[in-house]
Design a protein. Structure first.
Length: 176
């Protein structure tokens, strides 16, 4: 599945052949990405990324956990997708990360907006959440820009590298 964002950007459903792009981005930006993404420390070789991608590609359709690569003019930019989806209460969460090289271009903001439209469509979700580490200002600005409502703080919501917990700001957007 491919979701067109604009003439330069698209979201393409994750496939095994994306493993090398993902691994190389992580490997070349360990300190940048590793600050907020705990999986970076455990991604030491291409096989680690291939295992992750295989698990996502072969995941069952329920619960709705679809991951997309973000591509700008065909070039890998980052990952975005649905996680912790609950079809019973029609709620999902969007998680994302982007290569440092593509920061401050509005790419993730546009990608999140498009995924919200998608989630509120055929899948039938009524709530989309985004959770961001309280000190990760660039990530926090995305739901704010898109009109998400601040719900509160999830204390010690994520375990970062070095066995350090961080609080998460929780934002939500309703279909209505």
């Amino acid at each position: 599945m491919t979701i067109k964002i604009d003439s330069d950007l698209e979201l393409r459903q994750l496939k095994l052949s994306d493993s090398l792009d993902i691994f190389n981005t992580i490997d070349n930006q360990r300190s940048y990405l590793g600050k907020w993404l705990p999986f970076v420390a455990f991604t030491q070789k291409i096989e680690d990324t291939e295992s992750f991608v295989t698990s996502m590609v072969n995941a069952p359709e329920e619960p709705f956990e679809i991951t997309f690569t973000i591509r700008k003019q065909g070039e890998f930019v980052g990952l975005i997708g649905f996680k912790d989806s609950d079809k019973t209460i029609r709620k999902t969460e969007i998680g994302y990360w982007i290569s440092q090289k593509f920061q401050k271009e509005g790419i993730v903001t546009k990608s999140v907006a498009k995924l919200c439209d998608f989630a509120f469509g055929e899948p039938g979700f009524t709530t989309v959440q985004i959770k961001c580490a309280v000190e990760n200002t660039p990530s926090i600005n995305i739901p704010k820009r898109l009109g998400f409502k601040f719900e509160g703080i999830e204390r010690d919501g994520e375990l970062l590298t070095g066995n350090v917990y961080t609080d998460l700001e929780v934002y939500s957007k309703l279909k209505k």
